[in-house]
Design a protein around this ligand. Structure first.
Ligand SMILES: Cc1cc2nc3c(=O)[nH]c(=O)nc-3n(C[C@H](O)[C@H](O)[C@H](O)COP(=O)(O)OP(=O)(O)OC[C@H]3O[C@@H](n4cnc5c(N)ncnc54)[C@H](O)[C@@H]3O)c2cc1C
Length: 522
């Protein structure tokens, strides 16, 4: 008798390049399903409504793909462990197939529980090395990045593994499918009504494979522009790929994007972009190796840093974009209004939160995670830890927000869009509006201290205080790295450490955020 195989979709919302679906087609009758978990909805959820809407659009699109082939996407609500167990237990399906998802906290707990059942088969055709052999503390027993970049014979093994993934032919979309024996007990509309999903963000891209493919094809046509648009925040919002939410929810796979980009004419933009797709896989690998990334500092000496100094007023000024530092405020308002800011700007606000406001990184990382449409635990939390040097191997890079305005928004396009109260000021005063002479303020009709706040902290003083504190901790942090497991978690790049990345830009200790410009630069 043909086996009925439930294909459990999570962050793989596509029918092409889907190993679990392809295997279900080969082994029986696929029954595709998605389970809305109430944990991701409501006040305490770490997903904003705009991200939930993006997910819902992806589900509508996935359902259309299945319907075009004679099936449909079954929708259920509840704890996936209970929903899937009851479908297996009642005999509606005989087995569950799913792709491995690299996540943390609750999502990982659910995934691991389901994966342990005999009736469940998991697939990991995603460039991530999973050994699943674990130490007692949950870390992998085999170093998946063994030999990486250290000149040994095994150097580059992870890179080879990842490259092989990119080069392998992806599974094709199934042609025709049987009826889905799993009935939907809910709908996207019912879930939106029940949890009052009312997105307030603007300029959010539409979800789904069709929209993702259109975006990918338009981006491939302008790949040569990429190096020039990736850093300035206004240009990046308009002209960088903006494919990250599609990669996070999976209406497009990283491999599909990689292969489309490989077909474009060779140019610097193409190789830069290709590197970023490796970074995407690299950070997933880091989280797969150690799920603790989302919760605690890699280096035990730096754990809990600034946690007790918490100042709710400062955190509110940061989240609401009223710190008195125009680039930080524009960035935070852009994040909340649109769910997107580019890499450099994310790095700057993270660095500002931790080093300058001297706040515990997790509060900032969770806030950003909630608002990003492309929120990916593997990238967000590892990036926060690296920007805040919680590994003990990175330089303390403190971005000067005024310098960011001068270098990446010199015509004030980004600051004026998100901090309109500063718009009438001449360009040269947008970096430090408090320094604008009173006559200039008067002529522009902008009073700093009334229409726009003065800086909430003394940047130089706080930056110096933090640098001194990190210097004090340096020896102990270095010592903690003698524990092989800690060192391995923090091992982004031996090369970067040797070359002292971050010493550039006038010895301010500020790194270029494009420091990772090649595959060796992890
Ligand atoms: C503090 C911080 C938090 C971040 N959180 C996330 C997150 O939750 N989700 C997320 O997708 N990206 C995150 N990034 C990485 C990066 O900022 C975004 O991937 C990028 O801005 C998305 O825009 P894009 O699609 O136009 O990127 P492009 O510049 O067009 O890059 C293409 C793709 O490459 C990948 N990529 C780019 N930069 C990185 C990077 N540094 N690390 C890993 N992958 C990368 C992304 O998948 C991206 O879609 C974070 C960066 C920082 C500094």
């Amino acid at each position: 008798m043909t086996r009925s195989i439930l294909v459990w979709h999570r962050d793989d919302l596509r029918t092409v390049d889907n190993a679990a679906l392809a295997a279900a087609v080969a082994d029986g009758d696929p029954a595709p399903a998605f389970v809305f978990d109430p944990r991701y909805y409501g006040e305490r959820s770490l997903a904003c409504d705009a991200r939930l809407r993006f997910l819902h659009e992806c589900l509508d699109d996935l359902d259309r793909q299945y319907r075009d082939r004679g099936s449909s996407l079954a929708l259920r609500t509840g704890d996936p462990r209970e929903v899937l167990w009851s479908l297996l237990d009642s005999g509606v399906v005989d087995a569950v197939y799913c792709n491995r998802s690299t996540t943390a906290r609750y999502g990982r707990e659910v995934g691991e529980a389901v994966r342990s059942w005999d009736a469940v088969t998991t697939f990991s055709d995603d460039g991530i090395r999973r050994t699943d052999r674990r130490h007692r503390d949950g870390t992998v027993a085999v170093d998946t990045r063994e030999g990486w970049g250290n000149g040994s014979e095994t150097a580059g093994r992870w890179q080879d593994h990842c490259e092989a993934y990119f080069e392998r032919e992806p599974a094709e979309r199934p042609a025709g499918l049987p009826d889905n024996p799993v009935e939907s007990t809910t709908s996207v509309e019912a879930v939106e009504d029940r949890y009052d999903v009312t997105p307030e963000k603007s300029d959010v891209p539409p979800g789904g494979t069709v929209a993702g493919k259109e975006r990918l094809s338009a981006f491939c046509d302008r790949l040569s522009e990429y190096p020039g648009v990736v850093s300035p925040p206004a240009a990046a919002a308009e002209r960088s790929s903006r494919l990250s939410p599609y990669l996070a929810f999976g209406p497009l796979s990283v491999r599909q994007v990689y292969r489309a980009v490989e077909e474009a004419p060779e140019c610097r933009g193409r190789s830069m972009y290709r590197s970023r797709l490796f970074w995407n896989r690299h950070y997933s690998q880091k989280l797969a190796d150690w799920p603790g990334w989302a919760d605690r500092a890699v280096n035990p000496v730096l754990r809990g840093l600034f946690r007790d100094e918490h100042d709710p007023e400062l955190v509110a000024a940061w989240t609401e974009g009223r710190t008195g530092f125009p680039m930080v405020d524009a960035a935070m308002r852009a994040l909340v209004e649109t769910g997107y800011i580019n890499f450099r700007t994310r790095a700057m606000v993270a660095s500002f939160f931790h080093y300058v406001l001297r706040e515990w990184w997790r509060r900032g990382a969770d806030f950003m995670y909630r608002h990003l449409i492309d929120a990916d635990p593997a990238i967000n939390y590892t990036q926060w830890q690296s920007q805040c040097n919680l590994t003990g191997v990175h330089p303390v890079r403190i971005y000067d927000p005024a310098k960011q305005v001068r270098e990446y928004d010199s015509d004030g396009e980004f600051v004026r869009e998100y901090v309109p109260e500063l718009a009438p000021l001449p360009d040269e005063h947008l970096a430090k509006p408090g320094k604008a002479p009173l006559a200039v303020q008067e002529e522009a009709g902008v009073r700093i201290g009334e229409d726009y706040p003065r800086p909430v902290v003394d940047f130089e003083r706080r930056a110096a205080q933090t640098r001194a504190q990190y210097a004090d901790l340096a020896d102990r942090a270095e010592e903690a790295l003698s524990d092989a497991r800690v060192r391995r978690r923090g091992s982004f790049s031996t090369r970067r450490r040797e070359e002292g990345e971050g010493a550039g830009e006038g010895n301010t200790g500020e790194a270029t955020s494009e420091g990772q410009s090649s595959l060796d630069d992890f």
